[in-house]
Design a protein around this ligand. Sequence first.
Ligand SMILES: Cc1cc2nc3c(=O)[nH]c(=O)nc-3n(C[C@H](O)[C@H](O)[C@H](O)COP(=O)(O)O)c2cc1C
Length: 291
Amino acid sequence: MSFPPAIRRKFWGHDFSSPVMLASGTAGFGEELLDLKCLSGVGAVVSKAVTLKPREGNLPPRLLETPFGLLNSIGLANPGVHHVLNCILPAAAALPCPFLINVAGESVDEFADVVNILEDSSVHIGYEINVSCPNVAEGGTAFGVDPEVVLRVAQGVSRVTDRPFSVKLTPNGGDIVQSAEAAVEGGASAVTVCNTFLGMHIDWKTGKSVIRRKVAGYTSPALLPLVVAKVWQVSNAVSVPVISSGGVSRGEDVLQLLAAGAQMVQVGTRLMRRPFAASELMDEMKKLTGE
Ligand SMILES: Cc1cc2nc3c(=O)[nH]c(=O)nc-3n(C[C@H](O)[C@H](O)[C@H](O)COP(=O)(O)O)c2cc1C
């Protein structure tokens, strides 16, 4: 790799003028952003997680802002794969950039089942497989902490699609490098490093967690050094591209993650305050690098 890293990227055989991807769960299915005309500077959109059956998600509060970051407990709310296929994906065809579908499941087989159904659409270039959710069939621990389970999920997905897919790994427990290696062995064409970090907010007056599910996913610009370290570790260990996810609020953060070994860089929480974040990040990067 040459430094400073190039802003233009080749990823999964496509030319990307921007390395910035909108992270799953922070951009819906892209349609609202299309309406708001704020997709300038976006390299790709990753959809909200899609599961086999519709999910209502968790009871509120689902979001809690803390002094230094955001806690979320959405619970994978989504209308289910059949509704997504028939009613949402046709509209996503209007997106001006490549589209990836984030897939979640409660059992090893559910990931492949969802992907199999989505294969009827030609709108998306590939998938992001979210193995950070609890494996309900095998006791509730996140899939991603067990490399053997990550391998089985990736193998299952490989069997039903020829499209590229990235496995989105968890930073919460297990060895992320071993899980990344298992994903690649199972046929993954990239790994996303990483999903949200477990966080909690306790009301000291009652001793109770403000979020009903007790622990939630924490995202924040303060995560940047943690994500840089994980991207650096994983990209030195695997042969497939690494997509970073977490901690981006400035153009220089994107450049740092590219320098750490990421091929593409996701931005999520930043979009809640700055829906035009991708365009702003691109402007900042171009100024910094002169590209
Ligand atoms: C409100 C919200 C919803 C999210 N939903 C999903 C999801 O459905 N699937 C998933 O893989 N990640 C989900 N994430 C995690 C993001 O995709 C991303 O990995 C994370 O926010 C880290 O990036 P950031 O620091 O730029 O926000 C969600 C994050 C937030 C804040």
